[in-house]
Design a protein around this ligand. Structure first.
Ligand code: BG6
Length: 484
């Protein structure tokens, strides 16, 4: 049923995500007049706090994390906020929580940003207090399990109280403007789609490189590692958007139907098609940084880098490798997708050997910058100016669209702004469906099982480098160079 919620209940309201992302996003939406005037936001967490103490807490978070150009008047936003302490593991406090939520006029959206171990007890508590009815939506933040089995447990627990059309699973990459723009690029332009297949594309690269290290997330990260933290969700979603067939509509069913087909077509990865790494002390931007084991305070086999050569076994992508890599402590922060086209079938500019063999051709390349640069660059061959007595010379030149220039004046929004608004308004298009999550886990579990069977442990790489040299070799043995 479609409704715009007039209550938003945030579990984990004192946590890191709430402070860094959720409160700033809600504030920004409010400042732009995008929240219904009667929307009340109720925070809950274990800490004892009154409403006014929570408002002070929220104000401090906003002062710390809200971009300077998005600051504004706080009073109206603060009036929306209330708080109810809760021990989510016991049923006792849920009636009081329901009392605080009150009776929504239209509906309630619940955002669970807590440890997954609390999902089950929280659902039970919500059920006991009558907070799961048909006017309630449930939004879940990652990690949704650590493998297929645990993700199924979570999904089953949630499905016991909410039907799929009221479950909103976050992958915050889908909230990024540039990720959505991938769909516009592919499906709002005529010129790419006819070429978007194995006949014309040689390979695809997806890189998500970060300069940050462990960031104090010791307990979580060391249990997850790069493949579960980044590939299982964000990178596979990017891959699915690149590889999917055109959906008939931009709506939740059509888009997710197409993505899941891609995820199910992923070929199991052979053991020589992955490389893992863990950073050692090095320097980034001239700044010395410690190794992962030093940050962690003990040795560990957790990978902070992974590169994978993936294949989508379907008609469109037969034989086109998708090279994926992600890592912490890389030389720079960059998320980008590279579409490497094939060479033209015949060069009319090939000259005789005696004249140097003619012009050098380079195949076209489309680079889609997701962050921090939001650029789309298409490399095209052009004639080098001259009288060509030695034959025509060619050079690749970039056709460059800087999105911030093309849309100057447009507000740069945090991914969570879009996702929270979609949650409140009930649009699931940019949320991940259960079958997608499970297809993602199935593929990831098989890779990890392969590592375990082979006793594969991460190779070391120096912080500030692009990962272990084996990752470079993974692409180079196919004649491919990572785009840097
Ligand atoms: C999160 C991961 O999902 O995404 C983090 O848990 C990672 O490890 C983050 O740093 C990256 O997000 P973004 O938006 O900064 O690219």
């Amino acid at each position: 049923m479609s409704f715009t919620a007039d209550r938003l209940l945030l579990f984990g309201a004192t946590g890191d995500l709430a402070q860094r992302m959720l409160l700033p996003s809600l504030f920004a939406l409010d400042a732009d007049g995008l929240l219904a005037p009667d929307l009340k936001i109720i925070g809950t967490a274990r800490s004892e706090m009154s409403d006014s103490e929570y408002r002070n807490f929220a104000r401090a978070a906003l002062e710390k994390y809200l971009p300077a150009d998005r600051r504004g008047r706080m009073a109206e936003f603060m009036n929306r906020l209330a708080y109810q302490p809760l021990d989510a593991t016991t049923l006792e406090g849920y009636d009081a929580l329901a009392g605080k939520v009150g009776t929504p006029e239209r509906g309630l959206a619940i955002f669970l940003s807590t440890a997954p171990s609390l999902f089950g007890p929280t659902i039970k508590g919500l059920q006991s207090a009558g907070l799961t009815g048909e006017h309630v939506r449930m939004c879940l933040e990652k990690p949704l399990g650590t493998d297929l089995a645990t993700s199924r447990e979570i999904n089953d627990a949630v499905a016991g109280a909410f039907p799929e059309h009221r479950i909103f699973r976050i992958d915050h990459y889908l909230g990024k403007e540039t990720v959505q723009n991938l769909l516009a690029l592919r499906f709002a332009n005529l010129m790419f789609e006819p070429l978007w297949n194995a006949a014309h594309i040689d390979h695809v690269q997806i890189t998500v490189a970060e300069t940050v290290g462990l960031e104090g997330r010791v307990a979580f990260y060391d249990d997850a590692g790069a493949i579960r933290d980044m590939v299982q969700n964000h990178m596979l979603q990017l891959l699915a958007l690149v590889a999917m067939e055109p959906p008939a509509h931009f709506d939740a069913t059509a888009v997710r139907d197409e993505k899941v087909k891609v995820l199910r077509a992923l070929r199991p990865v052979a053991s020589n098609e992955t490389v893992t790494g863990q950073y050692r002390a090095g320097a980034i931007g001239g700044q010395a940084v410690p190794g992962y084991d030093e940050e962690l305070g003990k040795p560990s086999d957790t990978e902070t880098f992974v590169a994978i050569k993936a294949h989508v076994d379907n008609w469109r992508w037969k034989g086109v490798p998708f090279y994926l890599r992600t890592g912490k402590r890389m030389p720079r922060r960059v998320t980008e997708i590279v579409i490497q086209f094939r060479c033209v079938p015949h060069s009319i500019f090939a000259g005789p050997k005696s004249k140097g063999g003619g012009a050098t051709m380079q195949p076209n390349r489309l680079v889609i910058g997701i962050q921090p640069e939001e650029n789309i660059t298409l490399s095209l061959m052009a004639k080098v100016p001259g009288l060509d007595r030695e034959g025509i010379r060619l050079r690749a030149v970039p056709l460059n669209i800087a999105m911030p220039d093309a849309f100057s004046g447009a507000v740069r929004r945090i991914a969570y702004e879009r996702l929270l608004l979609d949650l409140v308004e009930g649009d699931q298009t940019l949320f991940v469906r259960r079958d997608e999550v499970e297809a993602q886990w199935e593929w990831i579990d098989a890779i990890r099982a392969g590592w375990a069977a082979d006793g594969q442990t991460p190779r070391t790489y120096t912080a500030g480098s692009w990962g272990p040299s084996a990752a470079i070799a993974l692409a180079e043995r196919d004649g491919v160079t990572w785009h840097e």
